[in-house]
Design a protein around this ligand. Structure first.
Ligand SMILES: [Zn+2]
Length: 153
């Protein structure tokens, strides 16, 4: 993990990988960077778009709760890292089920969202308790450990 990467993230989310990033954090960061966030009847979970120099995060109105937040943060990650400098129009889609695992931008955007939802101190805390019974939380913990082994964060 490059130092500049963390610096860029902390501009948006000062508590990244310290405590869980909440929906409020997401809205605050979107406001700070003047990103327009909309819920729409989409076939896909969501996408990030830059159009005429303005930034948009478009999210499926089907999404709720943790899935919504994970997708919103995934798209935010594209805003932070994946727009080629000088481009005023740009789109990055997220497929509904088969995220393109070969695209490092997609893998990192997923990893980023997972870290946001499950910062490492939280993993340490949970490891001292009985395993979570909730399947989604268990899945998130396993994903988080995979991120740790791939990205070292
Ligand atoms: Zn994506």
């Amino acid at each position: 993990m490059k130092k500049n990467t963390i610096k860029r993230i902390k501009e948006a989310f000062p508590h990244f990988n310290e405590r869980p990033i909440t929906e409020n954090d997401f809205w605050r960061a979107s406001k700070k960077f003047k990103i327009v966030v909309r819920r729409l009847p989409l076939e896909i979970d969501g996408y990030y778009e830059r159009y005429k120099g303005r930034n948009y995060i478009l999210l499926s109105e089907r999404l709720t709760g943790r899935k919504w937040l994970h997708t919103a943060l995934h798209e935010f990650c594209h805003f932070l890292f994946d727009v080629p400098i000088g481009k005023t129009n740009y789109v990055l889609y997220r497929k509904r089920s088969d995220i393109d695992r070969d695209d490092p931008r997609e893998r990192w955007a997923d990893a980023f969202a997972t870290i946001c939802l499950m910062p490492f101190p939280e993993i340490i805390r949970l490891s001292k308790e009985p395993p979570p019974e909730d399947q989604d939380t268990l899945r998130l913990c396993l994903d988080r450990l995979t991120v740790k082994s791939h990205y070292g964060i």
